[in-house]
Design a protein around this ligand. Structure first.
Ligand SMILES: CC(C)(COP(=O)(O)OP(=O)(O)OC[C@H]1O[C@@H](n2cnc3c(N)ncnc32)[C@H](O)[C@@H]1OP(=O)(O)O)[C@@H](O)C(=O)NCCC(=O)NCCS
Length: 231
C-alpha cells in the first residue's frame, strides 16, 4: 500500500519551527521516553512531548475544524499530542495523517490504525499501533501527585481500596488506568463508563469493564504517571 492510500486526507507536513522534545523543560524528557519505551508492548509505539508555546501550530486544518474547544491552552495540548502521534505514525508508514476529533471527542485514526492521545498541563503523550496487531489502545498521563482526597470515593471502588496501601500515588494511578481503559474501550463499543464501571487490578496489570471487556495495563509513576491499556 502506498502511504497516500493510508490517509483519508493526506496533508502537508506540520508547521515548522516547533521546538524539539523537552527543550528548556523542567523535566528530563529523555528519561520519560525511556520509561515509555519500556511500557510499550510489542507492536505499540509510545511517544511524548513537553507542551511548548506554539504547539497549537502543529494542528492541521481538518483537526482545527473538528475541535470543539477554542481555548488556546487546550489547542496547544492537542497540537502537541498530534505532533507526537504523527511522528509515531510516520514510523509505521503513515506519514502526514490528520487526526481529527469525532463528535464524541474520540480521535479519528487512519484506517488500519488504533491509537490514543492524552495531555496534562505539561506533557502530551500518544500511543499508536497497527490494528492487525492490537485490537484496542488507550493512554493517560497525570502528574506524579496524589489524587485529591475529595475524588477518592468517586474514582476508587470498594474492592480497589485494598490496593491503596501507603503509596500516595496509587489512587491517581487507578484514576489514570480508568481513563486509559475508557479511551481504549469507547471506540469499539461506544458505551459511556463511570469510574466505578471499571475494576482495576494494578498488581495483576488488568482491568475489566462493566460489559466484561478485559484490558492489560502497563504503567509507571515517575517522572509522570502514565498508563497504557490494551487488548
Ligand atoms: C476521554 C476522557 C476520559 C479524557 O479525559 P481528559 O481528562 O479530558 O483528557 P486527557 O488529556 O486524558 O485525554 C484527552 C484525549 O482523550 C481523547 N478522547 C476524548 N474522548 C474520547 C473517547 N470518547 N474515546 C477515546 N478517546 C477520547 C482525545 O484524543 C483527547 O485529546 P484531544 O482532545 O486532543 O483529541 C474525557 O474526555 C471523557 O470523555 N470523560 C467522560 C467519561 C469519564 O470520564 N468516565 C470516567 C472515567 S472512566
Amino acid at each position: 500500500m502506498t502511504s497516500d492510500a493510508r490517509c483519508d486526507d493526506p496533508v502537508a507536513a506540520v508547521a515548522g519551527g516547533l521546538r524539539p522534545l523537552g527543550w528548556g523543560a523542567p523535566m528530563n524528557a529523555a528519561s520519560l521516553q525511556r520509561v515509555l519505551d519500556g511500557l510499550a508492548p510489542p507492536g505499540v509505539v509510545v511517544g511524548h512531548r513537553v507542551i511548548s508555546a506554539g504547539d497549537e501550530a502543529a494542528l492541521l486544518p481538518p483537526e482545527v475544524a473538528s475541535m470543539r474547544s477554542s481555548l488556546p491552552v487546550r489547542r496547544r495540548a492537542s497540537g502537541a499530542a498530534r505532533f507526537v502521534a504523527r511522528q509515531l505514525l510516520s514510523g509505521l508508514g503513515y506519514p502526514s495523517c490528520a487526526i481529527p476529533t469525532g463528535a464524541d471527542g474520540a480521535p479519528q485514526w487512519p484506517e488500519g490504525i488504533v491509537g490514543s492521545l492524552a495531555h496534562d498541563d505539561d506533557v502530551a503523550v500518544a500511543a499508536v499501533a497497527l490494528a492487525r496487531d492490537v485490537a484496542a489502545l488507550g493512554i493517560d498521563v497525570e502528574p506524579a501527585e496524589p489524587l485529591p482526597e475529595e475524588m477518592l470515593d468517586l474514582v476508587v471502588t470498594k474492592q480497589e481500596r485494598r490496593q491503596l496501601g501507603n503509596d500516595p500515588l496509587t489512587a491517581r494511578t487507578l484514576f489514570a488506568a480508568k481513563e486509559a481503559v475508557y479511551k481504549a474501550a469507547y471506540p469499539g463499543d461506544r458505551i459511556f463508563l463511570e469510574f466505578h464501571d471499571i475494576e482495576v487490578d494494578l498488581i495483576e496489570g488488568r482491568a475489566k469493564t462493566k460489559s466484561d471487556r478485559v484490558f492489560t495495563l502497563r504503567y509507571c509513576a515517575a517522572p509522570r504517571i502514565v498508563v497504557l491499556a490494551f487488548a
